[in-house]
Design a protein around this ligand. Structure first.
Ligand SMILES: [Zn+2]
Length: 267
C-alpha cells in the first residue's frame, strides 16, 4: 500500500484497507478571497491544505491511519467580495457543500472526520454544521481552525502587538513564505492596524466581545489587517512546525475518543 496520506492519491481498494484501521480523515476548508497586494487569492485553501497534510504526515509516522482530502477551495467570504477575484459561497451553499463532503465520507465508512478550517469567516458556519450533521443526519464530525490549537504558542511566536495577526497578516504571510515563497511579493506588503471600538476584535487570536458584519473594503484600503512586514520564512517554518505538532496531537487525541455510534445518515 502506498504511504501517501492524500485520499485523492489512493485507489478505492486502498481506501477499503485503510477503513479497516479506524482511520481519521481530515478535510481542509479554505476560501478564495483577497489577501492584500502581496499575497494571492488562494492563501486560505493553500494553508489549510499545507498545515493539515504536514500534521497528517506526522500522525502517520506515529502509526496512525489517516487520510487528507483536497481542500475545499472556496468558503464564506462576502466581507471580501468588494475586492476583485474573491469568490464566495453563501451560508446555505457552504454548509451544503461541506456537509455533503462529510456525509459522503461517513457513507464510505469513515467515523473520525475532522474539518480543518483555514479561514476565520468559515468558523461560525462550521461550528453550526457540527450540530446539524449530528442532529439532522446522525453524523459526528469535529471542526476547528488550525490556529485554535496553538493560541498560546502564537502569542509567544509573534512580534506584532495585538492587531498584527488578522488577515494577510504576520502569521499568514510567514506561513506562505515558509511553504510557497513564490506566491509572496514582500515589496508590496503594507501593515494596517484597525482603530475601532475595543469591543470589536482586531486580532485572530484575541477576539472582541461583540460581533458585527463589516466589509473589508470599509476597514482597509489594501485588504490587509495586520503586520505582514514582520513576516519571514524562517519564523514561518518554525510556526508551521508548532501548528502541525499541535494538530497532530489533536489527531492522536481524537483517534482515542469513543467511536461515534453508527446512527446512519437519516436523509
Ligand atoms: Zn487568509
Amino acid at each position: 500500500m502506498t504511504s501517501t496520506v492524500q485520499l485523492g492519491e489512493m485507489s478505492w481498494p486502498q481506501v477499503r484497507t485503510l477503513l479497516e484501521k479506524d482511520p481519521l480523515v481530515a478535510v481542509p476548508v479554505g476560501a478564495f478571497e483577497q489577501h492584500g497586494h502581496h499575497l494571492p487569492l488562494q492563501v486560505d485553501a493553500h494553508l489549510s491544505q499545507a498545515v493539515t497534510t504536514r500534521a497528517a504526515e506526522k500522525a502517520s509516522l506515529q502509526g496512525r491511519a489517516i487520510a487528507v482530502t483536497p481542500a475545499v477551495w472556496t468558503g464564506y467570504s462576502p466581507h471580501h467580495r468588494d475586492f476583485p477575484g474573491t469568490v464566495t459561497l453563501d451560508d446555505t451553499a457552504f454548509s451544503a457543500i461541506v456537509g455533503q463532503i462529510a456525509r459522503s465520507l461517513w457513507h464510505s465508512g469513515f467515523r473520525r472526520i475532522v474539518l480543518v478550517n483555514g479561514h476565520g469567516g468559515n468558523a461560525h458556519l462550521l461550528r453550526n454544521l457540527t450540530q446539524t450533521l449530528r442532529y439532522d443526519h446522525g453524523i459526528s464530525v469535529a471542526a476547528a481552525s488550525y490556529w485554535d490549537f496553538a493560541v498560546p504558542d502564537i502569542a509567544d511566536w509573534r512580534q506584532s502587538p495585538i492587531g498584527g495577526i488578522n488577515h494577510a497578516c504576520e502569521m499568514e504571510t510567514a506561513l506562505v513564505l515558509a511553504t510557497r515563497p513564490d506566491l509572496v511579493d514582500m515589496d508590496k506588503a503594507r501593515d494596517h492596524y484597525l482603530d475601532r471600538s475595543r469591543y470589536l476584535g482586531a486580532d485572530l487570536v484575541a477576539g472582541g466581545s461583540v460581533t458585527t458584519a463589516a466589509s473589508f473594503a470599509e476597514l482597509s484600503e489594501t485588504g490587509v489587517i495586520g503586520a505582514p512586514t514582520l513576516a519571514d520564512a524562517d519564523r514561518g517554518a518554525a510556526l508551521l512546525e508548532i501548528l502541525t505538532d499541535r494538530l497532530a496531537a489533536f489527531f492522536a487525541d481524537y483517534a482515542a475518543w469513543p467511536k461515534p455510534e453508527d446512527l446512519g445518515d437519516r436523509s
